[in-house]
Each structure stands twice: as structure tokens, then as C-alpha cells.
Design a protein around this ligand. Structure first.
Ligand code: F6R
Length: 241
């Protein structure tokens, strides 16, 4: 794992955006794996600024988001599809058919998980996948558990995750408690992984991910098995490294 410590959120986001822009510039039909959450917002802003300067195109880019809440439609402001449109897609010329998020409104979750996994396989693999990390070491919505779930699957979110995500909702009761997420094998199938982490609340998880044993109790630790991971953290998140 390559660890890059930057001064603050802006510097972390600049470097992360550079990774995304380089991939897009070098491969016009690149496949991107994307996260939501607070951390990647500035990275998306920078990429949009670059798009507006006409320095890049999205018209052949394909994207796969890591996860989506079950029960929220694309029009719901808290859905991850909506988030992606708000922060990235709506500014670009990306084609709607090239945007992929798990369908949180499906009547058949198992089938949706299989379909999503197959769609990723059908494009070969993600050229680059960006990740955030939960305070409990989750990646995507792969929560601490007794075993690793390899493929796209349904999860019941941990109380801590629901609480943390409630900052984006009016009240905590509105936060869905189930979601669909890529599994760890899906994540590891990306050619390159870039993880971003900001703030002291992530410092413990970051240190365990980098220096601890590989365990499903800290899902991000599985990234130690991938041969091309760059972890970009600010000084606060690097506190225990
Ligand atoms: C979201 C996702 C999550 C977040 C993580 C960190 O698509 O996959 O794993 O990356 O919860 O969230 P923030 O960035 O809000 O701290």
C-alpha cells in the first residue's frame, strides 16, 4: 500500500482528482468505481471544474457506484444516485446508460445483486476505484462481520453507520437500515484503488487497515491483498500511522 499524507482536505482532494483525471485522459472509455459520502465531494468539484474547462470528456466513460440504499428511488435526494448527479454527473456529458448504481427500488434484491455484479464483469474491470472508509473500517457498505462477503450483496447497516449517515438526513429515523453494496472481491477486482480519508475520526481505522491483521472485523484491511492501492489521508487521519 502506498500511503500519501497531505496537509488538509483540499490537498487530499487535489491529488485524488489528479488520479481520476489521469485515468480519464489516458483512456477515453475508462471504467470508474465511485463512492459517495462527505469525503469525495471536493474531488468531484475539481473534476467538474476541469470538465468545464473542456480539458476532459465523459461521453465514453462508464461508472459503477459502490453502493445504494434499499428503498430510496433515484429521485430521492438522499439516494446515492441523486448524490452522484448533484456532485458530478449532471455537469458532464456522461451517457445515462453508462451510469450504474444498484437499484435500491428493486423488488428482487438478490437478483439485482447478481445483475450488478454481472454488469461489472461485462465491462472487464474497473480501471480505478475510489473508496472512503467508515470509522469502523467499512468500505462500500461492507460492515465489520465474521466473514467477508465476496460479491455484491444486501447489508444491514450497523448502528454507528446509520448514526454517521444521519447527518445527511432530516432525522435519524429516515436513514435506511439496509443497502446493496459491492463485495470485497468486487472491490479487489479493480485495477487500481485510491482510498481517501479525512479527519481524526478515521485515524484509528486507517492505522488498523494499514498495520493491523487482515480481518472481516475491519473490512478495509482486505485492501492489503491488492497490489495497487494508494491511500491519501490528511494529517489528522494519519495520526496513528
Ligand atoms: C459511500 C461508501 C462509504 C463511505 C464511508 C465514508 O458510497 O461507500 O463506505 O465511503 O462511509 O463516508 P464519508 O466520506 O462521509 O466519511
Amino acid at each position: 500500500m502506498e500511503i500519501v499524507i497531505k496537509k488538509d482536505y483540499d490537498e487530499v482532494s487535489e491529488l485524488a482528482a489528479k488520479y481520476m483525471l489521469d485515468v480519464i485522459r489516458n483512456k477515453e472509455n475508462a471504467v470508474l468505481g465511485l463512492p459517495t459520502g462527505g469525503t469525495p465531494i471536493r474531488m468531484y468539484n475539481i473534476v467538474v471544474e476541469e470538465y468545464k474547462r473542456k480539458k476532459i470528456l465523459f461521453n465514453n466513460i462508464k461508472t459503477f457506484n459502490l453502493d445504494e440504499y434499499i428503498g430510496l428511488s433515484k429521485l430521492n435526494k438522499q439516494s446515492y444516485y441523486y448524490f452522484m448527479n448533484k456532485h458530478l454527473f449532471s455537469y458532464t456529458d456522461i451517457k445515462e446508460e453508462n451510469i450504474h448504481t444498484p437499484n435500491g427500488m428493486t423488488k428482487d434484491v438478490l437478483n439485482e445483486c447478481i445483475n450488478y455484479e454481472n454488469k461489472i464483469k461485462a465491462v472487464g474491470s474497473m480501471d480505478i476505484l475510489f473508496l472512503g472508509i467508515g470509522q469502523n473500517g467499512h468500505i462500500g457498505f461492507n460492515e465489520p462481520a465474521d466473514f467477508f462477503e465476496p460479491y455484491t450483496h444486501k447489508v444491514i447497516l450497523k448502528e454507528k453507520t446509520v448514526k454517521s449517515n444521519s447527518r445527511f438526513f432530516e432525522k435519524i429515523e429516515d436513514v435506511p437500515v439496509t443497502a446493496i453494496t459491492m463485495g470485497v472481491k468486487t472491490i479487489l477486482s479493480a485495477k487500481k484503488i485510491v482510498m481517501l480519508a479525512i479527519g481524526e475520526t478515521k485515524a484509528d481505522a486507517i492505522s488498523k487497515m494499514v498495520n493491523g491483521k487482515i480481518t472481516p472485523q475491519l473490512p478495509a484491511s482486505i485492501l492489503q491483498l491488492h497490489n495497487d492501492v494508494t491511500v491519501i489521508v490528511d494529517e489528522n487521519a494519519s495520526k496513528y500511522l
